[in-house]
Design a protein around this ligand. Sequence first.
Ligand SMILES: [Zn+2]
Length: 418
Amino acid sequence: MKALVGTVVDWEGFRENAAVVIDGSVIRDVVPADGIRQYDVDEVYGGKGYLILPGLVNAHTHVAMAKFRGLGEDVPIERWLSDVIWPAELEWTREEIRRWALIGMAEALSNGSTTVNDHYFFADEIAKTASELGIRAFVGQTVMDLVDFPIAEPAEGFRFFKRWEGRDELVTPILAPHATNTVSLELMREIGEFGRERNALVHVHLSQSRSEVREVKQRYGLSPVEYLQRAGVLHENLIGVHGIYLDDSEVSTYAKSGATLVHCSMSMAKLEGRIAPIIELLENGTNIALGNDSPNPVGLMDMFTEMRFAAVLNKAWRKRTDVASARDVFRWATLGGAMALKLKAGLIKPGYLADLVLLNARKPQFLPGENPYSHIVYSARGSDVEMVMVNGEVVYKNGILLKLGKTLEELWEEVRLS
Ligand SMILES: [Zn+2]
């Protein structure tokens, strides 16, 4: 058995000088640090001054877009997509996808994300790469039928799902229709039926631009949320992303459905100059998760940065400082993401998955240490992560990706030279 020692922090509370005992892929117990003697522990990590957190969940990302970091800055979202991103995406090869997905996921893992929920093309390559790296991944093949885009062929989304269903402990296939304005109502219905038969998650961009809202209205006379409802996908297996133009009635309908809303505050603030009505969604009972929406536009696969922006941007957006507390935001990045993906994770309790992060907090910014939620959200950086465990296995430690036997610097060198 393995044990992690330090201050154990999850959304429900924190315990100083404690130990998390891991047996196989799950948490066996949480005990006072000296209590590990009662277990047959042969590997101990951490110690005084360390924080132990549930693995962070990046609930919406496109890992391979690491290749586009820094491209198309400071333009409106329509131009960003049509002039920069889509032309670049039509140039992808399988080999390139693997290389960039690997470096994107390695960055995520080393910064404390134990799970990514990815929405992209060439999903087979992303799924294989995740498995090799040892990160937990939910992978969907992006599909659209209202945009002429050969690599987003609808049938491939279903074929990918069938190929990966039940195949790999760390990789879960999901359904990934692109958005409410790029997928026809007919195709969305088909996705809904397929999803219901197989209890699959549906991951979709929702109300992410003014033009999306306008197009859905013109085509069907519906709001994006009404469109999802009409298609039969608005239920608890839906993971909707962005939602920045949701009106009050959509907020209420969405909240009642049990679907999750993934908040990507930095991406939307940068691309569209606004953020989602998160506080209203929360007041109506919606589960909120956090995502970074890829290294382009936000620049980093670091959920600590994402938490900090979510906390600050919600305060600025609502002109209120009593919303989006550090503890709330920490919940969205851990338990909220796990709930969206139906994972028994996101809390540090017996029986929960041993997806854990060890943070070296023996640094000035972690003093005085009385409010760990504040330190995690406002003071920590991904570079404070010393070790990451996924499914009970140590997969990252001190700059080394253990399943690949490579350092982050070696990986950087390989991709730089390719
Ligand atoms: Zn996205």
